[in-house]
Design a protein around this ligand. Structure first.
Ligand code: 13P
Length: 250
């Protein structure tokens, strides 16, 4: 049985004081869950979030990293730097980074490899635009993105990668993929992984859904056969709402 993993992606929100307050409020609300709870916070919150989440079941992640270890890359943060303060997870290839910051399948793959080099667990985002969906290209796009992101990884590394299927048209729009639709897309991603890495590895990979997840739809979405939890944007900014999503099975 795969575990359910619920990750919040705060995006460019929350000051350190707010992060501390949020984690203190969330801690008792999620302490009894068997699901994995992750908060991916801005760089400026990481240190405070890590300290506040110590001795809790809340894990902390970053939202991006550079693939080089160090050097003349003004404004960038490396995997080695994240690891040095005990960050555990890192989102790679979010559609907002692909769209606004020139992230490509190639840089995504480099970052995933660098994440493993520094013992960070990558959460790799894939997803189609509305235009691609309407042109019937969804499966092509998401399976290709998955294949390229994972290229050159060992089976063990693939098993330790979390994939987040986030249809771009569902992000921040209030539109959610139907649970059947999301489940089918995720099955296609899993089939692709099976073709390349075999059944056992494919059956172990955590694949989340993301895009307007909230407490009102999480139970149905995460109850589907292949949806192993979610990557949550807007609804992860309020501790009580986020805790309800984490506790979708209670
Ligand atoms: P929303 O939950 O706000 O739609 O954002 C989804 C997302 O992009 C998470 O990474």
């Amino acid at each position: 049985m795969r575990r359910k993993v619920i990750a919040g992606n705060w995006k460019m929100n929350m000051l350190p004081g707010e992060a501390i307050e949020f984690i203190n409020e969330l801690t008792p609300l999620v302490k009894d869950t068997e699901n994995e709870v992750i908060l991916c916070v801005p760089y400026t919150d990481l240190f405070y979030a890590l300290l506040t989440a110590q001795n809790t079941n809340i894990k902390i992640g970053a939202q991006n990293m550079h693939f080089e270890e160090s050097g003349a890359y003004t404004g960038e943060v490396s995997g080695k730097m994240l690891k040095s303060i005990n960050v555990e997870y890192v989102i790679i290839g979010h559609s907002e980074r692909r769209q606004y910051f020139a992230e490509t399948d190639e840089t995504v793959n480099k970052k995933v490899k660098a994440a493993f080099k520094y013992e960070l667990k990558p959460i790799v985002c894939v997803g189609e635009t509305l235009e691609e969906r309407e042109a019937g290209k969804t499966v092509d796009i998401i399976t290709k993105q998955t294949e390229l992101a994972l290229e050159g990884l060992t089976n063990e590394q693939v098993e330790n990668t979390i994939i987040a299927y986030e249809p771009i048209w569902a992000i921040g729009t209030g539109k959610t993929a139907t649970s059947e639709d999301a489940n089918n897309s995720i099955k296609e991603i899993r089939n692709k992984i099976e073709k390349i890495y075999g059944q056992e590895t494919a059956s172990r990979v955590i694949i989340q859904y993301g895009g307007s997840v909230k407490s009102g739809n999480s139970k149905e979405l995460f109850g589907m056969s292949d949806i192993d939890g979610g990557l949550v944007g807007g609804a992860s900014l309020k501790a009580e709402e986020f805790s309800k999503i984490v506790n979708f099975d209670k």
